[in-house]
Design a protein around this ligand. Structure first.
Ligand SMILES: [Zn+2]
Length: 163
């Protein structure tokens, strides 16, 4: 167990790495991260930043140039130990915790006809990133696995021991 000051340091460092990731991603893919995206809507685990970079790169490859101005991330975060990435025309998501376990679902939104083939490809890229996050330590990016207790996170053995 870490003492209180060490925990605060970890949280400050965590936020610093996330903020820097957002600055870098916004520089590379400005249309994906418009200034209207509030800071609190970008709260992934720092260990997953490389997964998010790969996801943004994939989306950039999938989208034809004329669609880029209509694509934007709405929220990128950690939930129940895995990465969630929501975007302008993606489905709306919900998670319900009925005591034990989680029921996740999604509600389809009307897709613009211009997104015909890109839509599925983007959702597939998001699924891949989510699956990878389930095996990647959120703290450091090393191989990890899902841990549950009062919290749910995906962590390597070293960071699980720090909790
Ligand atoms: Zn770790």
């Amino acid at each position: 167990m870490k003492d209180h000051d060490q925990r605060v340091d970890v949280l400050v460092e965590h936020r610093r790495r996330i903020d820097q990731a957002l600055i870098d991603l916004r520089t590379r893919y400005p249309y994906q991260f418009p200034e209207s995206l509030p800071l609190y809507m970008f709260e992934p685990e720092p260990g997953w930043v490389p997964l998010i970079e790969a996801l943004c790169h994939n989306v950039d490859r999938i989208l034809p140039p004329e669609l880029r101005q209509t694509f934007a991330w709405r929220q990128i975060k950690e939930k129940f130990g895995t990465l969630r990435a929501y975007w302008s025309f993606g489905p709306q998501h919900f998670d319900i915790q009925p005591g034990s376990g989680v029921i996740s679902g999604q509600i389809a939104r009307k897709r613009p006809s211009s997104y015909e083939s890109a839509w599925e490809a983007i959702e597939a890229a998001i699924r891949v990133a989510k699956q990878q996050s389930a095996q990647t330590c959120g703290a450091c990016g090393a191989p990890g696995r899902h841990r549950s207790g009062d919290w749910q996170r995906t962590l390597c053995d070293r960071h699980a021991a720090d909790q």
